[in-house]
Design a protein around this ligand. Structure first.
Ligand SMILES: CC(=O)N[C@H](C=O)[C@@H](O)[C@H](O)[C@H](O)COP(=O)(O)O
Length: 227
């Protein structure tokens, strides 16, 4: 296995993301978050937008899963939706590129299969992370030329919107059938759950909000304290 992928095994990947409406938005802040994650023992960083990726690349030596969230009116696909965003993520210095790997209509009307082959053809040295929401999507993409599969979108698509919390069931099913390493991602709020994900067979665990979104962390405390 490639040393970059190998370095992620059984480790914690910290997603450092803040959208424009969030209090911690800003590449400098995400760079500090990523530094803190590195200091704490993370094995990788997941980051959104070319600016954040560049800033993090400047000061952190961990491999970066880059993505670029962009909304197009004609499609619900927003995680690195077209080749233009893939190119921007690669140019910014990401080692891996995460894309929406659901079977939904894409903004440029390309099929997922074609997008995956284009990316691997154009960027053969970059690793491709397929963000899925269901078992069927994971099974489908496992046969394409992707390097890792992540449970990122479970709970965020029409088909899965009733799923609340981390989807253990999806992780277990994917780790059973997929030939590619599977990342556990999405609403993993505790170290205990992250450890369980590794026990269930996750190759590595991606944690975002529980580490890097203090407004959400505060909210969970406040909710829990409401008698
Ligand atoms: C659904 C979607 O757009 N997820 C995004 C993907 O990059 C991020 O907003 C999440 O923070 C990331 O997946 C980590 O998940 P969590 O923050 O729940 O630990």
């Amino acid at each position: 296995m490639n040393p970059v992928i190998e370095s992620l095994r059984s480790g914690l990947i910290v997603s450092c993301q803040a959208m424009p409406h969030e209090p911690l938005h800003g590449s400098h802040i995400m760079q500090r978050m990523a530094l803190a994650a590195e200091e704490g023992g993370a094995v990788g960083i997941r980051a959104n937008t070319p600016d954040d990726i560049r800033a993090i690349k400047d000061s952190v030596s961990l491999p970066i899963i880059g993505l670029y969230k962009k909304r197009y009116p004609e499609s619900d696909v927003y995680i690195t939706p077209t080749m233009a965003e893939v190119e921007a993520v690669v140019e910014a210095g990401a080692d891996m590129v995460a894309i929406d790997a659901t079977l939904r209509k894409r903004p440029d009307d390309q099929s997922l299969k074609d997008v995956v082959s284009m990316i691997k053809h154009q960027y053969p040295d970059h690793f491709l992370v397929a963000d899925v929401s269901t078992f069927e999507e994971g099974k489908y993409v496992d046969d394409l030329n992707v390097d890792l599969i992540s449970t990122t979108l479970s709970g965020y698509t029409e088909e899965t919107r009733d799923i609340d919390g981390f989807n253990h069931h999806l992780l277990k099913k994917l780790t059973e059938i997929c030939h590619k390493p599977v990342l556990a991602e999405g609403r993993i709020y505790t170290p205990e759950l992250a450890k369980d994900c590794i026990i269930y067979g996750a190759y590595a665990v991606v944690v975002g909000s529980a580490i890097t979104r203090p407004q959400e962390i505060t909210e969970r405390f406040v909710d829990e304290m409401t008698l």
